[in-house]
Design a protein around this ligand. Structure first.
Ligand SMILES: O=P(O)(O)OC[C@@]1(O)O[C@H](CO)[C@@H](O)[C@@H]1O
Length: 400
């Protein structure tokens, strides 16, 4: 029997560590940002005050008795973690539960007038409306008439590097340099620390029969290039069907929900030039069922994908390829563990029921599948910053 590799699960308790800074600094900053974004009433302000106190100095509180998803969270571990310090439980779990309680505090789950109001929407919309987005869309005109393989590769890279458009990440990165570019990778270290793009293309041949499951990450300037890639794959027969997995409710600040998909497609259809055509084709693909949106509850679970429920496993099993976008999805795909970076990506994703790929910029310490030379070069040039700075990316494939 093959040996199943393992490594320590990331916790948030070590002062000075990246997970600790997310819990101790990023979460309070997110509460501040949300509070300033809406004219909330006194009840919501009180609930936000209580969450701030709990998540910095207190313990994990249970959900209200009438919460619609109390049983689900109990099954996801709440019974064992309630009453414990936020910093002492798995980092993935405490982060995820923080977002659940933040939505509770602002009345997102209702009942009441604030039900369904996404506390992160102003930030998401600002990004979608930004001039940078206009410029990115205008650049599509230059791809018209370019050979298929070249255009598809450009769109794949657009989707990959679009993963830096993460509004939660930028709250932390603001004091350093949130606008770092791929060129920041030093001459000795590659921007792409692993590149299995050939294997990825081999799983999506232009035969027109495959189903691609794309597990989306951020809305706005990540989702737009994801959708452009989807349109390209459908247009050129590399996928006959695409299932876009989004979050059932707002999460990790900018994670995409169905409402964000609608905003992104409308943004494209309203744009001039080639972007407009991509938007129209996506619209048609949604209308005729070639592109569907899925919002499975497990997409917001505080657990690794190895623990996914049977219905989701069956869905992924029918896909020709499942692509996981982004850092958090990567953490959940490989398990949120401090793997030695040379751990095999194929081994840690062996549980997955079909071919699987990760497209991700590196924004946490979780990484697998590097060769020893690349790891050594990165450590020498950047110490540990390459793991969390968002300036490096990877394309990894298993099960090809
Ligand atoms: O999934 P994404 O949007 O690429 O990144 C999410 C992220 O910003 O959030 C986590 C910390 O909160 C980190 O793992 C990661 O940097």
């Amino acid at each position: 029997m093959p040996e199943i590799p393992t490594a320590p699960v990331l916790l948030g308790g070590e002062p000075g560590s990246f997970p600790h800074s997310v819990l101790a600094e990023r979460h309070p900053a997110i509460i501040r940002q949300v509070r300033e974004a809406f004219p909330y009433g006194p009840e919501q302000h009180r609930a936000l005050d209580a969450l701030l106190e709990s998540c910095t100095e207190g313990v994990i509180e249970p959900l209200p008795v009438d919460a619609h998803d109390r049983d689900r969270w109990t099954a996801w571990g709440l019974a064992g973690y309630a009453g414990r310090c936020w910093f002492d439980v798995p980092w993935l779990w405490s982060e995820s539960y923080f977002y659940r309680l933040l939505l509770e505090a602002v009345g997102y789950f209702g009942p009441g007038p604030w039900q369904g109001i996404d506390p992160f929407r102003p930030a998401k919309l600002a990004e979608l409306d930004a001039q940078d987005t206009d410029e990115e869309l205008a650049a599509l005109d230059a791809l018209e008439g370019v050979p298929d393989a070249e255009r598809s590769a450009a769109l794949l890279h657009g989707s990959l590097w679009g993963n830096r458009a993460d509004l939660g990440f930028r709250l932390s990165a603001a004091s350093t340099d949130a606008r770092a570019t791929a060129a920041d990778a030093t001459q000795d270290t590659p921007g792409l620390v692993a590149d299995d793009s050939e294997a990825l293309w081999s799983l999506l041949p232009p035969s027109g029969t495959g189903t691609l499951c794309l597990v989306a990450d951020n809305a706005g300037r990540e989702l737009v290039p994801d959708l452009l890639l989807v349109a390209d794959l459908l247009d050129h027969g590399r996928a006959a069907q695409v299932v876009l997995h989004v979050k059932p409710y707002p999460y990790y600040v900018s994670d995409a929900t169905t409402a964000d998909v609608v905003d992104a497609v409308r943004r494209l259809t309203a744009a001039p030039g080639a972007a407009h055509g991509y938007g129209r084709r996506l619209w048609s693909a949604m209308a005729d069922g070639r592109l569907t949106v899925r919002a499975h509850p497990f997409s917001c679970a505080p657990l690794p994908y190895a623990e996914m429920p049977g219905d989701l496993r069956e869905e992924f099993a029918t896909g020709t390829l499942t692509v996981f976008k982004g850092d958090l999805n990567y953490r959940r795909l490989v398990g949120d563990r401090l793997w030695p970076p040379t751990t095999s990506f194929a081994d840690v994703t062996a549980y997955f029921p079909g071919p699987v790929a990760a497209l991700r910029t590196l924004k946490s310490e979780v990484v697998t599948g590097l060769d020893a030379r690349t790891e050594a070069a990165l450590d020498t040039a950047e110490d540990r910053r390459w793991r969390t700075g968002g300036t490096h990316a990877l394309i990894q494939v298993a099960g090809a």
